[in-house]
Design a protein around this ligand. Structure first.
Ligand SMILES: [Zn+2]
Length: 439
């Protein structure tokens, strides 16, 4: 792969790419072409009011039966690892709850948590052509969702779509984005959005496109690393700019977008030392507006509780009697809610997991009440103490204003936030595809 061949593509992407990972060649070229990102929060990174992805739920879509075994053998584990890791914890700084949008209108009022890997599905595309247009990918995804070949997008309690479809292509297939740019020559990957009706409401469904990497040069020292670098870039950007595909302008419903550099992955791409390792996988760093630098993880985050962004709990973190459960949704230690959460023990009225079940109600006045043989000291108490330990799924709901974002990001001077707009009404009612945003 010659450097000359990539030079033009690189320079074009520096200024024209929004949602794409641009191709890159040797490390020396990376250095030469490095974007000089100031190591302070960018005054040009704004929150434009669109949705983020709270609990990214990755579905791998294999375009036909011949996608590389590098993908089928590794990417499920990669997504499972990364979505449940520190790679997503610090993206909580891109919560939109309490953040004023750049236009002064409503926020999507969401939080960014860890996610999950859902499944991998090989589809049989309607067309077997080796050239595939972006519009075809959107219609194929919608059709396969409609016929239940692919899982239906999950809409969470904050009203956003969690499911993101990562579409992988076989060797020999060239994908063209909506401006005619070809995979591996104009870009290494991109993410977009299409609109479809889910549960009787119009939803912005995010997806990402990853071509076969064996013949691409996308910054990794191995083919797997090229997949994981590109996929991590697109995942982080889809999470923080989920609706990029339903607008062409710089404005709503973009979420976090920098008017000079693009999305949070673009800001860091090809900068010095722009990759890191998460669970053994090479990933791309992304821009932290909070820290003013590119990071993949932040070991200084506090355990999730009252502060965000935060480190999601592990079971071993949740050891107090009143908060014995690690909530997989928001990463906080909380009270138990049912016996099923207590690993064979009983969830008492204080939200503690205790050794013995409560004494069964007496049905025979002549029978001696059962003696607790393991319950001494753990008897159910009255509800007088419950106020300090009641379950709280919302975690830090009372402290969700991301003040740091507004201060450092300079997005708005106004602390007064209008309530969230009815997003569904702002989008087309009928099933419709929207093209990926380009500038
Ligand atoms: Zn990007």
């Amino acid at each position: 792969m010659s450097i000359v061949r990539w030079g033009l593509g690189l320079s074009l992407f520096l200024f024209a790419s929004v949602a794409q990972a641009r191709p890159s060649a040797s490390q020396s070229l990376h250095d030469e072409m490095s974007v000089e990102v100031p190591m302070t929060p960018l005054s040009t990174l704004h929150y434009f009011g669109g949705k983020v992805i709270p609990h990214a739920e990755v579905v791998i879509v294999l375009w036909g039966s011949k996608v590389s075994s590098t993908v089928t053998g590794n990417m499920p584990s990669f997504f499972q690892t990364v979505t449940g890791s520190a790679y997503l914890d610090w993206l909580g700084e891109y919560d939109t709850d309490g953040v004023s949008a750049y236009d002064g209108k409503g926020s999507s009022n969401q939080h960014v948590y860890r996610g999950s890997y859902k499944s991998s599905v090989a589809i049989t595309p309607t067309s077997s052509s080796t050239t595939v247009q972006d519009a075809t990918i959107q219609s194929e995804l919608a059709a396969k969702i409609g016929s239940s070949v692919l899982p239906t997008p999950t809409i969470d309690s904050e009203g956003g779509v969690d499911t993101v479809y990562f579409v992988f292509f076989p060797a020999g297939t060239t994908v063209y984005d909506d401006q005619g740019g070809a995979s591996c020559s104009s870009w290494c990957g991109y993410h977009g959005t299409f609109s479809m009706t889910v549960n009787n409401q119009t939803a912005s469904v995010p997806y990402a496109v990853i071509p076969d990497m064996a013949t691409c040069s996308c910054g990794g020292s191995t083919t797997l690393a090229e997949y994981t670098i590109t996929s991590s870039h697109e995942l982080a950007e889809a999470i923080t700019d989920a609706e990029v595909g339903v607008t062409y302008g710089v404005g709503r419903p973009l979420a976090f977008y920098d008017t000079n550099y693009g999305e949070i992955g673009d800001i860091c791409e090809n900068t010095q030392g722009y990759t890191d390792t998460i669970g053994g996988y090479t990933v791309q760093k992304n821009w932290s507006q909070r820290l003013g630098k590119c990071i993949a993880q932040d070991s200084s985050l506090p355990l999730c509780g009252s502060q965000r962004p935060c480190r999601a709990c592990a079971a071993s973190d949740c050891t107090t009697s009143t908060s014995p459960i690690c909530d997989s949704q928001d990463g906080t230690c909380r009270a138990c809610q049912s016996d099923a959460e207590c690993n064979g023990k009983h969830c008492d009225t204080t939200g503690a997991c205790v050794d013995a079940p409560p004494p069964p109600p007496s049905t025979d006045g002549g029978t001696t009440p059962p003696k607790g043989d393991g319950g001494s000291g753990t008897k159910p108490t009255s509800d007088s103490g419950a106020s300090s330990s009641s379950p709280d799924d919302d975690g830090g709901s009372g402290d969700t204003n991301n003040g740091d974002w507004n201060k450092s990001g300079g997005c708005s001077q106004s602390p007064d936030l209008p309530s969230a707009p009815p997003w569904a009404l702002a989008l087309p009612i009928a099933f419709a595809f929207a093209r990926r945003r380009r500038r």
